[in-house]
Design a protein around this ligand. Structure first.
Ligand code: NAI
Ligand code: MG
Length: 355
């Protein structure tokens, strides 16, 4: 039976990299029934909504989606479609493997990290109070009454909620992931000494959960210290589990360690649904010109294949990417080459077909 996959091409370079991924996934011979749906600026123009109901319904029906990046319009009170999608479908875990790829020159050759980022709470939950708004004045009065806190009258506020239940499930997810994928260690990342009620709770909850996985090695580190360690020598780290904001930032740092945003795939996973997408954004600066590296999107497709049980096809896609990178003759400009998005995709497609 064919796998039903919702395909959301997205904005900017999204359609170019989505086309590339489709080409390569089809080359595996795995039967796929694609259902194309809109989200983002293209959806806003065509259907008047950034995240149309029909798109959500399609993902709920197929349970898995491959998604290109989406431009969040600045101003106009728009919420990020990505944040909304993760919350609507309760995709609580973002998994982003950053491993050194053959033939891509990098400073530290031994990078093999997996970022496991909490996806639904923290500063990204979307609880925002605009500077000067009436609700913000009410909040300031409450804070004064409850804790004697003085909010400056010209301050905007974003709330950072971190819950025991939210932390428990992401930490368990990270440990289960480490166990299932035979990873060496889980590192819990936090800023608990300063953010005692949010990160402090994250750390305490993580310690409790870690005790239930005696077979998995683990440790803990503060996020600032980790940043410096990763830049100097990332080889000692393996699976990192982080609250939402740190996970976002360190995902891009990890991308930088292995050769750039164009290479890092990602998965957003919940109990019921999963949406696979590259870590990078819609790259408006290079959109529509065939300059985008499609590898992050193609490897996101490989993660999707593995998720639906097509492990052998997933391995062939990864091997195809590795082979083309190792060969080095077909590369997009971000990797120092002159090939177009489509040329790189076709080179990978040929390798996948040939195996
Ligand atoms: P970005 O990731 O789109 O671009 C950052 C830099 O990396 C740019 O110079 C871009 O050209 C380059 N780049 C990104 N992907 C590349 C690829 N595949 N190949 C070659 N070069 C690549 O981040 P930026 O500029 O901060 O965001 C642009 C838009 O994307 C914004 O509207 C943002 O909200 C959205 N965005 C969407 C995401 C998603 O849908 N998951 C994630 C991140 C940002
Ligand atoms: Mg990001």
């Amino acid at each position: 039976m064919a796998h039903r996959i919702t395909l959301i091409a997205g904005d900017g370079i999204g359609p170019e990299v989505a086309q590339a991924a489709r080409l390569v996934l089809e080359a595996t011979g795995v039967p796929i029934e694609w259902e194309e749906r809109l989200a983002g600026v293209r959806a806003l123009e065509a259907e008047g909504e950034l995240l149309p109901r029909a798109t959500l319904a399609a993902i709920r029906a197929s349970r898995v989606a491959l998604k290109g990046p989406i431009t969040t319009p600045v101003g106009g009170g728009f919420r990020s479609v990505n944040v909304a999608l993760r919350q609507e479908l309760d995709l609580f875990a973002a998994v982003r493997p950053a491993r050194a790829l053959p033939g891509v020159p990098i400073r530290h050759p031994a990078v093999d990290l997996v970022i496991v980022r909490e996806n639904t709470e923290d500063l990204y939950q979307g609880i925002e109070y605009e500077a000067g708004a009436p609700a913000t004045r009410t909040l300031a009065e409450e804070l004064r009454a409850l804790g004697g806190y003085e909010l400056r009258p010209d301050a905007g506020v974003t709330i950072k909620p971190i819950s025991v239940s939210g932390t428990r499930r992401i930490v368990r997810f990270a440990f289960e992931y480490a166990r299932a994928n035979r990873r060496r260690r889980v590192t819990v990342v936090h800023k608990a000494p300063i953010l005692r009620t949010s990160d402090g709770l994250f750390l305490a909850t993580a310690r409790e959960q870690a005790a239930e996985y005696p077979d998995v090695d683990w440790d803990e580190i503060q996020v600032d210290h980790l940043s410096s360690r990763l830049v100097r020598d990332p080889s000692g780290f393996d699976v990192l589990v982080l609250p939402n904001l740190y996970g976002d930032i360190l995902s891009d740092l990890a991308a930088g360690l292995v050769g750039g945003l164009g290479l890092i795939p990602g998965a957003n996973i919940g109990w019921e649904y999963a949406v696979f997408e590259p870590v990078h954004g819609s790259a408006p600066d290079i959109a529509g010109r065939g300059l985008a590296n499609p590898i992050a999107m193609i490897l996101s497709g490989a993660m999707l294949l593995a998720h639906v049980g097509e492990l052998e096809a997933a391995a062939r896609v990864r091997a195809g990417v590795d082979a083309v990178l190792a060969d080095g003759s077909v590369r997009t400009p971000d990797l120092g080459g002159t090939a177009t998005t489509d040329e790189l995709a076709r080179a990978i497609e040929a390798r996948v077909r040939g195996t």
